[in-house]
Design a protein around this ligand. Structure first.
Ligand code: ATP
Length: 881
């Protein structure tokens, strides 16, 4: 990557700045220049910190104390003549370490590809054309456009601003947004934070608009210089992984005690000390569920990949777990429940509501003309027409206005030249208004559009014909009822007003959004998304409440909520103003019945989340604007919009919906429940198998039997059953029933609802079968055959037991073949288990012997016995229920 000297671009005058970067402010760079600069400066990305090497990861696998003891014990027994045992144990330990590394890598690469999915984009001007490119494609000299909510994609100097404010805390630690300027009194001593004509990578625009020229990219940026310090090392431990870690430790301790007892009792009974020690340590290694946290992480990570395929990108791993507990989904309306494809259908221009299409035929009245003009010019959207296709850029509400003006024959390009914009107050969802100021012939016009109720409160007059008349209370009422009529019919209603000035007015809210002249209203249709109705029903069935929170008008919101079955008889709808009147206590009393909040501000969203959380609910909340960040952070699952969402909201969110669709949240919840179920299955399987392994050795030692298994057997069974099969359980398809149950409680233990009991019971069944096989086979055929059969039965019965844990209530034979990974894992594991007994050359290494047909039949029958036992208990339980 080319290295840039620290040049103080902030101090240069405009000409030397343009010359230094060789730029044309109007056209930007052309493709050739971009290519050349990319070669010189490289990609605009921060390079990652050092990665841990594979070898290092492999070595780390041996850091476990018990593994070290096992290796030591194996080496000692090797030195005492048991060479094949020692070599085999070491081999198994190495194999285990390899599996550990593979698992870790899988989890890591899944996490890394997730990070890559959150692509940032930048709006640039290149070769005179507005384009949207990936931020990493930026080069010095590029002209970049910024608006509220954008993350600044590179360092640069501002060349145009409109009320631009930028939050630079990542760089300066200052949490109050900085107001940007084009000129200032900068000198050599001005610190970074005060060079207000510059913007820096990783800060975010909180208000206004601006244009800047990129001066530094990638590691040359100010943040790049300190990137080493701020590498994103956010911990991804989830409550579940923490619990599992803790559980692993407790169970590990219990296993250690058992192993201690096995060793002591074995010695007392006159066993060979080294053999007893090796048995005890092997048992400890096998029985301690050290692989559990890794498996949980892999299952979570694989789940996030599946979620990504379903358009939900998880930014924070704990969210996957929380998703399964979600009991309330608070969702935006526009774009999430609806398609965000708006078309103006109705117009009210102080003469009654008419069809939008009717205007053209009859010619324009002055107020109609103002409505269309204001909509077109107080507007940042564009429809770029290329032969063959047209591209819409900007907010769909605004695109609808440009499109409407276009259809009526108004040319935005011509009109904006006639009345160029000289100032503006950008739209924000607190004011719900936007104003632009235009120079028109010798005068100045300000155009304001926005939510009719907010707008009307700023109007003192209205336009009728060519007359400007006073807005009497009766007249105001007429306009409001026109608004209500449209809203009740689900139209999204916007109002339009203007004002005229002789001199250029100050660009202040107090001045520009006061004493306005009302021109009219438009009603747009934004059809609901087809799939949402079913998703709302799914939520209802799954015990999840859907709540609509919108900036739109109450009537419009309720009309759409009714249509989507979110608002039912007996439900309440509250407006932001009504919400403000309620105390927290009053809100708590009604909250369960409120299914629509309208005209709310982003701050209200935080209050709504908190109120639900006080009831113990787990809340998913959507958001897209800059001001939604606090609510997204506060919610248990903050969901940002991938298409319309600002960078700021995406940064704050736990999950990004790449299609902005409500149904995606619902499928993510379903997937989240499935993932949790799968983790439970893996825990169920591993722990019941470990219990069986411990008990076989422990009880045999206590009652004075010969050791049913030698150390190599224990380690081999552990290798066969612990990794692949448990992982395959993590790939189970979620059952259709997951959305028929109530949400899981956040603080429910993983062993709740009888899982703990089932694990112990099934562990005992596995153990008893192996013990019975050992006792009878040893008596009938001698110790060598007895051990071989026990070795086979304990290994194979665990693999059959895999089918048991697939469902807690349902028969293993239902949906038997839906998980091909499980069958693959089983096939591999069965082969690995049997190979040892079937290939005579391996017998001496594994202390096994050949079995005859009767013995094999016994092994097979005994191995499927746990399946039969558990099937019967499931049937009995079902019959009782
Ligand atoms: P949701 O919160 O469900 O996404 P919304 O788009 O209505 O719905 P906001 O974006 O907060 O929410 O908008 C609030 C209100 O502001 C809208 O109902 C509309 O009346 C008005 N409005 C929306 N976009 C603009 C705009 N670009 N210019 C002026 N007013 C707008």
């Amino acid at each position: 990557m080319g290295k840039q000297k620290t040049i103080r671009y902030d101090l240069m005058d405009d000409r030397s700045f343009d010359q230094a970067l060789k730029i044309d402010r109007k056209k930007g760079l052309n493709e050739r220049e971009v290519q050349a600069r990319r070669l010189e400066f490289g990609k605009n990305e921060l390079t990652e910190g050092k990665k841990v090497s594979l070898f290092r990861k492999f070595v780390d696998q041996f850091k476990d104390f018990l593994i070290l003891v096992l290796i030591a014990a194996a080496v000692i027994s090797g030195a005492l003549g048991e060479v094949s045992d020692a070599v085999l144990i070491l081999l198994i330990v190495v194999l285990n370490a390899v599996i550990g590394v593979v698992q870790e890598n899988k989890a890591e690469s899944a996490m890394a590809s997730l990070k890559k999915m959150t692509v940032h984009e930048a709006k640039v001007i290149r070769s005179g054309v507005h384009q949207i490119i990936r931020s990493e494609e930026l080069v010095p000299g590029d002209i970049v456009l910024l608006e509220a909510g954008d993350a600044v994609p590179a360092d640069g100097r501002l060349i145009e601003i409109a009320g631009l404010k930028v939050q630079e805390s990542a760089l300066t630690g200052e949490s109050v947004p900085v107001e940007k300027t084009l000129k200032g009194d900068f000198n050599e001593a001005t610190p970074l934070a005060d060079r207000t004509n510059m913007v820096y990578m990783h800060s975010s625009v909180t208000y206004g608009r601006g244009t800047f020229v990129v001066t530094a990219t990638g590691m040359d940026t100010e943040i790049g210089k300190i990137a080493g310090m701020i590498q994103n090392t956010e911990s991804q431990a989830t409550p579940l992984t923490q619990n599992i870690n803790q559980l692993g430790k407790t169970l590990g301790l219990a296993a250690l005690i058992c192993c201690g007892v096995v060793f002591a009792v074995g010695l007392l009974r006159g066993g060979n000390p080294l053999e007893m020690f090796l048995t005890a340590v092997s048992l400890a290694v096998a029985a301690i569920p050290e692989g559990l946290p890794a498996i949980v992480t892999v299952v979570l990570a694989l789940g996030t990949m599946r979620l990504a395929k379903k358009n939900a990108i998880i930014r924070k791993l704990p969210a996957v777990e929380t998703l399964g507990c979600a009991s309330v989904i608070c969702t935006d309306k526009t774009g999430t429940l609806t398609q965000n494809r708006m078309t103006i259908k109705k117009v009210y221009a102080n003469e009654g509501i008419i069809d939008a299409e009717a205007i053209k035929e009859d010619g324009f009245t002055p107020s109609e003309k103002f409505v269309v003009r204001i909509g077109e010019l107080c507007n940042d959207a564009q429809i770029i027409k290329d032969p063959g296709k047209s591209v819409e850029v900007g907010d769909p509400t605004e695109v609808a206005m440009v499109d409407y003006a276009d259809r009526l024959g108004f040319e935005k390009n011509i009109n904006i030249k006639e009345a160029p914009r000289v100032g503006e107050l950008p739209f924000d969802s607190d004011r719900k208004l936007m104003t632009t100021v235009h120079h028109y012939h010798d005068t100045y016009l300000s155009f304001t559009k926005g939510a009719p109720d907010c707008l009307l409160s700023k109007c003192t007059h209205y336009l009728k014909g060519y007359e400007i008349l006073e807005l009497t209370p009766e007249r105001r009422q007429e306009i409001l009822s026109a608004n209500d009529t449209l809203a009740n019919d689900s139209y999204r209603v916007l109002g339009y007003a203007f004002q005229q000035y002789q001199k250029k007015p100050p660009i202040e809210e107090k001045k520009l959004e006061n004493g306005l002249i009302f021109a009219g209203l438009t009603g747009m249709i934004d059809p609901p998304r087809e799939e949402v109705r079913d998703s709302v029903r799914d939520c209802h069935q799954a015990g999840i409440k859907t709540v609509m929170i919108t900036g739109d008008h109450k009537q419009t919101a309720v009309a759409i909520a009714k249509d989507l079955e979110i608002f039912k008889d007996g439900d309440l709808a509250l407006s932001g103003a009504e919400l403000d009147q309620l105390t927290d206590q009053e809100l708590d009393d009604v909250i369960a019945r409120v299914s629509v909040y309208a005209r709310v501000s982003p701050e209200d969203k935080v209050r709504i989340v908190q109120a639900w959380q006080r009831r113990g609910d787990v809340v998913a909340m959507t958001g897209d604007g800059v001001n939604d960040a606090p609510a997204l952070k506060r919610a248990d699952i903050g969901c940002a919009m991938g298409i319309t969402g600002t960078d700021v909201s995406k940064e704050a969110a736990d999950m990004i919906l790449t299609d902005d669709n409500f149904s995606t949240i619902v499928s993510a919840v379903k997937e989240g429940r499935g993932i949790y179920d799968n983790i439970k299955k893996a825990v169920h399987f591993l722990l019941s198998c470990n219990i069986a392994e411990i008990l076989v050795i422990f009880i045999a030692t206590l009652i004075g039997l010969p050791q049913p298994l030698v150390p190599v057997h224990i380690l081999w069974i552990n290798l066969v059953t612990d990794s692949l099969p448990a992982l395959a359980l993590g790939m189970e398809k979620q059952s259709d029933d997951v959305m028929k149950e109530k949400p899981r409680k956040k603080d429910d233990s993983i062993f709740a609802h009888g899982l703990g009991g089932r694990i112990v019971f099934q562990g005992i069944v596995l153990f008893l079968i192996s013990l019975i096989v050992f006792v009878s086979a040893e008596k009938a055929y001698g110790l060598a055959v007895g051990r071989t059969m026990t070795f086979c039965v304990l290994g194979l019965s665990q693999l059959a037991h895999l089918l048991n844990v697939r469902s807690e209530q349902q028969s293993a034979f239902k949906h038997l073949f839906t998980n091909r990974y499980l069958w693959g894992a089983m096939a591999i594991s069965v082969c690995v288990q049997l190979i040892v007994v079937l290939i005579p050359a391996l017998h001496p290494f594994f202390t096994v012997t050949a079995l005859n047909a009767v013995q094999w039949v016994t092994v097979v029958l005994a191995s499927v016995a746990p399946l039969a036992v558990v099937e019967i208990t499931k049937a009995v339980q079902k019959a009782r229920a």
